[in-house]
Design a protein around this ligand. Structure first.
Ligand code: AMP
Length: 606
């Protein structure tokens, strides 16, 4: 039985906001978390980014805050970027609640500005632990009015060395304050923290059951969020489906994808809960009757779809849970027909793919997105097939006459041959149907992506040598890292915290993919996972500021070995996921940080 947002007993303002955001139904973690949190229970939730966990704690928090009163809810996040992201999501959820102010506070921003904002009044503060402690010490943030404290990505905060700050904050919040802890993983330190500070917490975790998937071919593609539209077109162009169903997670997503597809000349239509029944009927009629090749839909809207000859399901957005994946792909391969499913997976969503594979034991193979040249070749082959069929069908007398006349004339003039003429016709047809054909020679946005999977399959390590893009290293039993040089250093008062926060937040990668850090006077050298280095460089080339300085990034020509000796040394190697950062910030880097001013900085205490 499906649960709606209305079933969660939320106020009209929040229901309207959720509708404005294009959410059609609550995600599993929201269904699980909202009722106990509304009831005021403490909770320990296991949920990762991408599950809808922000709204899971945000909706109950916003339901209870009273406009015009002091700070009532405090949300702690590991990085400034996450704090901003969470504050933005809460702002959207609170859009219909008049007078509720949500304030992000984090290190690297002028503290005076934050003090003024706190003075003006806020009901919800979303902050990083170091900066929140700073305000608590100064008395500019008072904990006595808190009715709810949320720890978001608690494992990441502990990993980053915020344990003491977190404990100090938990100790200062009032005895009857509701405490909610969300963490992607549940290692012993998290369980200890929960045991010490949560009172009979509600355990929030999605039970995983085994599900059977239909026997259809399943493929996934690794994409960056901004590449999805191009990826969708490549898949559509290369496969030649007659009918495809594209799934998005929100109504807004459906509208956007649909408009983009239509603008690019596809016969596409959208289906979501906001359409009136007659509109829905019309869309379905067109899809069934072959007037529309591509139907873009949300999960809720797709429930009513009863079409047998869908060739392919494309998960443009990954579903929030495994059951949805199974439902979605069950829309193809019906009535004994062949079908295939394609799923776009962003870096942050890899865990969802792993969950799906674990719970369904399905074989989902990694695909390589066709290049522009592949797409061109496929289109040309299809056209030539049509030419061949037309020749076989015969009845070409009238056309042969025209060709012979044309060739006879042109042959005398300038030597045009039948081959020339066929090539020209092919070119004209391709250009008429698909636009200028120079695209195959254009730089391919997926070129880097396309190479990666192959490298990964060869044992998960790229075999790069001394490329122009910088020295690549490879370590035994260790993920390969690449050293990048950022144009910010001690002179700019930067600390490892800001570097990790900016890289993780701006590039959308986990801090676990960031390795050793060496801060020099004018620059810093930071190791990032080899497979993500190009993306990090691309993001920095578009403009990233750290500590108010616009920072450029480039491969470190000196090579990582020079900065991070592998054996001992100040900044020993850090394997992604090793928690090295926490150790490092408490270790030798601490001495140097002592020289840094504490005001306005957000850093773990050593
Ligand atoms: P989070 O896990 O909180 O980072 O959320 C991941 C993304 O899912 C965000 O873009 C949210 O806006 C979106 N989201 C959250 N809840 C829902 C929902 N019920 N339906 C669709 N999208 C959602």
């Amino acid at each position: 039985m499906s649960v709606s947002f209305e079933d969660l007993c939320l106020s009209r303002e929040l229901l309207d906001a959720v509708k404005d955001m294009g959410f059609e139904e609550p995600s599993p973690i929201q269904i699980l978390a909202v009722p106990p949190l509304l009831a005021g229970r403490d909770a320990l939730g296991q949920a990762q980014t991408g599950t809808g966990k922000t709204a899971a704690f945000g909706l109950p928090v916003l339901e209870k805050v009273i406009a015009g009163q002091g700070v009532q809810a405090l949300v702690l996040c590991p990085t400034r970027e996450l704090a901003i992201q969470v504050a933005e999501e809460l702002n959207r959820l609170a859009a219909r609640k008049r007078g509720v102010v949500i304030l992000p506070i984090y290190g690297g921003q002028f503290i005076e500005r934050q003090i003024r904002a706190l003075d003006k009044g806020a009901q919800v503060v979303v902050g990083t632990p170091g900066r929140v402690m700073d305000h608590l010490r100064r008395g500019t943030l008072r904990p006595d009015g808190l009715t709810c404290l949320v720890l978001d990505e608690a494992d990441e905060m502990l990993d980053m060395g915020f344990r003491e700050d977190i404990e100090a904050i938990l100790e200062q919040c009032p005895a009857d304050c509701q405490r909610v802890l969300f963490s992607a993983t549940m290692p012993a330190p998290i369980l200890e923290l929960a045991k010490r500070f949560l009172r009979e917490p509600e355990m929030l975790s999605i039970a995983r059951k085994m599900l059977t998937v239909p026997a259809i071919e399943q493929t996934y593609y690794e994409v960056r969020p901004y590449q999805k539209m191009d990826a969708l077109c490549r898949v559509l162009d290369s496969q030649g489906f007659r009918k495809a169903l594209v799934f998005c997670s929100t109504k807004r997503g459906v509208d956007e994808v649909c408009i983009h597809l239509q603008q690019r000349g596809y016969q596409a239509d959208g289906l979501h809960g906001d359409l009136a029944q007659p509109q829905r009927d019309r869309v379905m009629q067109r899809f069934r009757a072959e007037g529309v090749d591509i139907l873009v839909a949300t999960d809720v809207a797709a429930r009513g779809i009863d079409v047998d000859d869908v060739d392919a399901v494309i998960n443009y957005d990954m579903p929030h849970d495994v059951e949805k994946y199974v439902h979605r792909i069950g829309r193809t391969g019906r009535a004994g027909r062949p079908g295939s499913a394609f799923t776009f997976v962003t870096l942050r969503e890899h865990y969802k793919l792993r969950d799906i594979i674990r719970c369904t034991r399905a074989h989902i193979k990694q695909g390589r997105l066709p290049t522009l040249r592949d797409v061109d070749n496929i289109r040309t082959t299809r056209l030539l097939d049509e030419v061949r069929r037309t020749v076989e069908e015969g009845s070409l007398d009238r056309w042969l006459l025209l060709v012979e006349e044309f060739l006879a004339e042109r042959f005398q003039e300038g030597g045009v041959t039948g081959r020339d003429m066929s090539a020209a016709l092919l070119k004209l047809l391709m250009q008429r149907d698909f636009g200028k054909q120079d695209s195959a020679d254009a730089p391919d946005v997926f070129a880097v992506e396309a190479r990666r999977p192959a490298a990964a399959q060869e044992g998960g390590l790229s075999r790069g040598g001394q490329g122009a893009a910088g020295r690549r290293r490879e370590r035994r039993n260790d993920a390969p890292m690449r050293a990048l040089r950022l144009s910010v250093g001690h002179a700019h008062k930067v600390s490892p915290r800001e570097l990790v926060g900016a890289i993780a937040g701006e590039c959308g990668i986990s801090s676990r993919h960031i390795g050793a850090i060496d801060i020099r006077k004018q620059f810093s050298v930071v190791e990032v996972a080899e497979e993500l280095a190009e993306d990090v460089l691309a993001v920095f080339s578009r403009g990233v500021s750290i500590c108010g300085v616009r920072v450029s990034a480039q491969p470190d020509e000196g090579g990582a070995e020079g900065h991070f000796p592998r054996k001992a040394g100040k900044f020993g190697p850090r394997r992604p996921r090793s928690g090295f950062y926490a150790k490092k910030t408490r270790g030798s880097a601490a001495g140097r940080r002592e020289e840094e001013p504490s005001a306005g900085r957000d850093r773990p205490r050593s």
